[in-house]
Design a protein around this ligand. Structure first.
Ligand SMILES: [Zn+2]
Ligand SMILES: [Zn+2]
Length: 215
């Protein structure tokens, strides 16, 4: 095929995916460009061509940051927390791993730190650093933007999409815990906040607290 035509074709696909992710995310930013490019590369490398259609049950993505790019990853892959096809690891890294659950093939992609410098060199005339990065990330080759590593990811049965494997009532607060997230201590089943502290402190209850009796 004419290489120019090939480029135009992939540009169109990239533009279409970028537009879609900007719509979901709410604005165009360098993170959208990186997230879209990262996901196109990741999906291609694990052999997924129709992530929202025929391949939708063969894909899990692990994101290592809760930043702009995460929305782009969700938009391109169709994976989400609610579908359990997106896993969030709070590593604070601009990285994601794309797993084909049918073949087991998994690729971890990290945005290269030196791509920021190269982006600046590409568009020295653009004053705003972020605007320059945004334009540069659109055209830089994958190997300048990303490090790509083939990895092995083991997904526990309780982390897979599908129905919850079990529901257990916490012996302390009475709330129910699913997906085997309960903790056992001195013969008691506890939810994580009761076992090791949570992110909140109770101030007041709107309704009278009513616990269902254990069957
Ligand atoms: Zn953004
Ligand atoms: Zn509890």
């Amino acid at each position: 095929m004419n290489p120019l035509l090939e480029t135009e074709k992939s540009l169109t696909e990239f533009d279409r995916l970028l537009q879609e992710s900007v719509k979901i995310h709410g604005h165009l930013c360098a993170g959208q460009v990186l997230g879209v490019r990262m996901s196109m590369l990741g999906l291609r490398e694990i052999g997924i061509s129709d992530p929202k259609g025929a391949d939708r049950k063969s894909l899990i993505v692990f994101v290592e940051m809760d930043r702009c790019a995460t929305d782009a990853v969700q938009s391109v892959t169709g994976c989400s927390l609610g579908k359990r096809s997106m896993k969030f690891l709070d590593y604070g890294k601009m990285a994601a791993t794309y797993l084909n659950t049918k073949t087991g093939k998994a690729m971890r992609i990290v945005a290269r730190e030196d791509s920021r410098v190269k982006a600046k060199e590409l568009f020295p005339e653009i004053e705003n650093k972020y605007a320059g990065q945004l334009e540069a990330y659109k055209i830089m080759p994958d190997e300048e933007l990303f490090d790509v590593t083939e990895v092995v990811v083991k997904v526990r049965p309780e982390d897979m999409p599908g129905r919850p494997m079990r529901r257990v009532q916490c012996d302390s607060c009475g709330e129910h815990v699913q997906d085997m997230r309960e903790v056992y201590r001195d013969g008691k089943a506890l939810c994580t906040p009761c076992a090791s502290g949570g992110y909140y402190e109770v101030k007041a209850s709107l309704f009278e607290v009513r616990y269902a009796e254990k069957p």
